[in-house]
Design a protein around this ligand. Structure first.
Ligand code: RIB
Length: 299
């Protein structure tokens, strides 16, 4: 197996609206879509679409969404042996609003995702130990994430940690145990408490994280590309200009593509460049997984 994604799945309920409603306001949305999402599942699907062999470890509820979520992952060739149902709880659900400027606001109701536990990592150890890369996000319990990082470290498996959605409780000692720490600007701001309004401010905030001992920090910057910091090196990677219609899941497209590229090439710079192109393409389509392409996007 190439990649183990240990993380979330959600059912995305997406409303396309002209502008975000104000407090107390009722607005009519012009369109609605329901799709399979969740940061973990999105990243797994992106990597699988690009040809990686992906094992997903996740939890669904025992409701009407569960079977469809598992079938959807399997339809992309993702190994779902470690995606199982939790009795008596709902699956993860994410109501999302996307406005005319392709910006989104996301609410997550984690449901079964909260039931992915450290002991589940131990139970799957025989399969996880064969993976070349572990990919994590923050929609499952922090204890499980910490345990997965320790598992990766003790088995010599590199770890990518995408601190999304941002959680100020995240123990950065664990971020330093990861090979790649990949926040976006908002997550960088929440994790550091520093402003990120300009590239200078972003660099300053990024440097404070690096000073804690991160190995590789990759800050995704949306239409401005990405910043990679490693030791004393700092490299900006630009993004291609595209017509964005829905930016939801673009960060996950980046992570999935980065993971697939890194596992197959071991090249950090190339993997970042490919991930930017792949994520940029994803914002030209609506939805999360539905907006992801295959290798032809990178040609
Ligand atoms: O990153 C986008 C994802 O965030 C959505 O698919 C939604 O489910 C939330 O997890």
């Amino acid at each position: 197996m190439d990649i183990a994604v240990i993380g979330s799945n959600m059912v995305d309920l997406i409303a396309y609206i002209d502008e975000m409603p104000k407090v107390g306001e009722t607005l009519e949305a012009e369109d609605f879509a329901m799709g399979c999402g969740g940061k973990g599942a999105n990243q797994a699907v992106a990597a699988a679409l690009l040809g990686a062999k992906v094992l997903m470890m996740s939890r669904v509820g025992d409701d009407m969404f569960a079977d469809n979520t598992i079938a959807n992952l399997a339809s992309y060739g993702v190994d779902t042996r470690h995606v199982s149902k939790v009795p008596g709880v709902s699956s993860g659900v994410a109501p999302i609003m996307v406005d005319k400027q392709s910006r989104n606001r996301i609410l997550i109701i984690p449901g079964a995702n909260k039931h992915l536990l450290p002991s589940d990592i131990d139970a799957a150890a025989d399969d996880l130990a064969w993976c070349k890369l572990i990919v994590l996000q923050l929609e499952i319990p922090l204890e499980t994430i910490y345990h997965a990082i320790d598992f990766g470290n003790s088995h010599g498996i590199p770890v990518v940690l995408n601190p999304a959605p941002a959680n100020s409780q995240l123990d950065l000692v664990y971020a330093c145990k990861c090979d790649f720490f990949v926040p976006n600007e908002t997550e960088l701001e929440i994790l550091t408490g520093l402003p990120v309004d300009s590239l200078d401010e972003i660099e300053l905030a990024a440097q404070t994280l690096m000073d804690k001992g991160l190995k590789n920090l990759i800050v995704t910057l949306g239409e401005r590309g990405a910043l990679h910091m490693h030791g004393n090196e700092k490299t900006y990677y630009p993004a291609p200009k595209v017509e964005a219609v829905d930016t939801t899941g673009a960060g996950d497209a980046f992570i999935g593509c980065f993971a697939q590229s890194y596992v197959s090439s071991g090249e950090i710079a190339t993997s970042i460049q490919r991930a930017i192109v792949y994520a940029s393409h994803s914002v030209t389509g609506k939805g999360t997984q539905t907006s992801y392409g295959d290798e032809s996007v990178l040609a």
